[in-house]
Design a protein around this ligand. Structure first.
Ligand code: NI
Length: 228
């Protein structure tokens, strides 16, 4: 399931993160430092050093924004969030087709982290740069995302994806992974559909006993499919 989450960050939060990143200086490093063998050969961008104070400050802003997003919670069913990272593509930079590593080491705890979902949170307005389109391939073909600053796209980490070369301007974004309570994308999509349908029935005050059964079914499926 590929889903766009509008306005994860407010205009003020985008500005705050942008200001921190624009002043980050030496904390910007070659993006290949975190790429695996497959990724390093096709990756050309810059990233904020995960150990820097600016990374920590920006991570706090994004993590708390995601915690208050009902759409993020219901679609990702997050168990753990990998600390958000930040990248910058200037003219001529891009990131060719690759699949993200299946298991990463958490940068602070060293714990193993299974990447179920990949996310990109856009931090620059789309009209301020050319190229820099995130393209993701699934069984239905190639999908493109170039969203407004503050919006996020969430997609299965199993997807082949790329960032097309930037040909004008600068593209700033945050990217991160989610280890979901429900690792299987199809199972998670069923729960998301069921949750949305229940919310609608609740809003319409539909038959109470039927809603109770559906809500019970939702939780019993979540219990059956979740690992923690
Ligand atoms: Ni990637």
């Amino acid at each position: 399931m590929l889903i766009c989450l509008p306005q994860v960050l407010t205009v003020a939060e985008v500005k705050q993160v942008r200001t921190l990143l624009d002043a980050a200086g030496d904390a910007w490093v070659d993006g290949r430092v975190t790429a695996g063998h497959q990724g390093a050969a096709v990756k050309a961008n810059q990233q904020i050093n995960e150990q820097s104070e600016v990374a920590h400050e920006c991570q706090r802003i994004i993590a708390s924004a995601l915690e208050r997003s009902p759409l993020f919670i219901s679609s990702a069913l997050p168990n753990k969030l990998y600390p958000p990272m930040f990248n910058r593509y200037s003219e001529g930079m891009g990131f060719g087709l690759h699949v993200d590593g299946g298991v990463r080491l958490h940068p602070y705890t060293g714990d193993k982290f299974r990447t179920d979902l990949s996310a990109t949170l856009f931090l620059t307005e789309p009209e301020s740069y050319d190229g820099g389109v995130l393209q993701m391939e699934d069984t239905y073909g190639m999908h493109s995302a170039k969203l407004a600053a503050g919006d996020m796209v969430l997609y299965p980490s199993t997807s082949l994806h790329q960032v097309t070369p930037v040909t004008r301007g600068v593209r700033l974004a945050s990217f991160m992974w989610v280890q979901s309570l429900v690792r299987d994308d199809a199972d998670r999509a069923l729960l998301f559909d069921l949750d949305n349908a229940i919310q609608r029935l609740n809003q319409e005050g539909a038959d109470e006993a039927a809603r109770r059964t559906l809500t019970g079914t939702y939780h019993n499926l979540l219990r059956k499919w979740s690992d923690t």
